[in-house]
Write a protein of this length. Structure first.
Length: 94
């Protein structure tokens, strides 16, 4: 049985789930022209790329608010259950 990876997009308490291909590159941004459309004004029209293969990585496309993985820059590969922020950073929970 093949393992299917998914991307969960959480916005305002609502979650959408996107089935990921085995390999390829998905565009993430605000607008229907993206593979993953996030309707949020803090997400750029072409915000980031999600590279899918034996590993997952996210690449910021010069977005206004940046892209962070584990609250760091997006340079490391994603791991299972990782969180990537594509909008304005939120204050850490206390």
């Amino acid at each position: 049985m093949a393992l299917h990876r998914v991307l969960h997009v959480v916005r305002g308490g609502a979650t959408t789930t996107h089935l990921l291909p085995e390999r390829g590159t998905l565009t993430i941004g605000r607008g229907a022209h993206n593979d993953v459309d996030i309707d949020d004004p803090s997400v750029s029209r072409r915000h980031a790329l999600l590279h899918v293969g034996t590993s997952l990585s996210v690449e910021d496309l010069g977005s206004r608010n940046g892209t962070r993985v584990r609250r760091l820059s997006e340079s490391e590969p994603l791991e299972n259950e990782d969180t990537a922020e594509l909008s304005e950073p939120h204050a850490p929970s206390t």
